[in-house]
Design a protein around this ligand. Sequence first.
Ligand code: TUI
Length: 308
Amino acid sequence: MKTKITELLGIAYPIFQGGMAWVAEYHLAAAVSEAGALGIIGAGGAPAAFVREQIQKTKELTERPFGVNVMLMNPEADEIAKVIVEEGVKVVTTGAGNPGKYMAMWKEAGIKVIPVVASVALAKMMERAGADAVIAEGTESGGHIGEATTMSLVPQVVDAVSVPVVAAGGIADGRGFAAAMMLGAEAVQMGTRFLVASECTVHENYKKKVIAAKDIDSEVTGRANGHPVRQIRNKLTREYLQMEKNGASLEEMEKLTLGSLRKAVVEGDVVSGTLMAGQIAGMVNKEQSCAEILAEVMDQAEILLKLK
Ligand code: TUI
């Protein structure tokens, strides 16, 4: 399928794999890119040296384009921004902030810059700053989220900017893909569906929780302190939300979540770990290879869009 995004990036399918912190490492990113979509390494909170290694390992596994997501709250974001240039990465996505200060450096290096935005205002600002496209991410997504839903955000961003828009949040099959196209998107980004891909190295316990999750099994923690994070309900979210209700200090709550994503992803602690996942987890019910996921989504979408 040809869209402005497949042309811009030289990929076969207009699908991005979300740059999930801790989860989206080189095995997953390379597998997605090899299968014809855009694999993305999630830098998350990792040190710059680790991100460089991940990039080099991805290059060993695929010659196709892949991206790196810079989580802008990472204390090493400045160094990671430079590593991306030094390693010749072709596509950058950003999240959890405004990447304005890196834009000139990335553009000069010929990198395609595609910030994640959760509002029309940031989308417009990013277009003015030179973004090649934007990812409009709805509140259905897992992890750090904004307020607007995908259904309302995507068409409003499409109307507000002239660069291509990638839709994210609540998309996990061909129906979601087709709906996003109807809203004016030129591609979609999926996170939760790829979290359970066979090439994804996240702990088996985490995958099982996503596969077992139902439609209303996610919870948003951190609304009170301005860092809303969507994750699957467990002991951690219950404790966290109780503390929020009781007006606990930020410090106390940070103690609870320090290293909790790593605990879930690496150790498989589904009780006290952070199980970031989107609302669509209820529909994600089996592990498949990245190639199978992409073939299934594209097949269904092409039928719905009457392209075949
Ligand atoms: O970034 C994401 N999703 C993420 S980042 C992440 S790592 C993390 N771990 C623990 C706590 C917090 C984060 C897990 N999931 N998605 C992209 C996204 N960006 N969603 C919302 C935003 C966003 C929000 C506000 C972007 C910009 C913004 O304000 C920009 C400004 O003006 O500063």
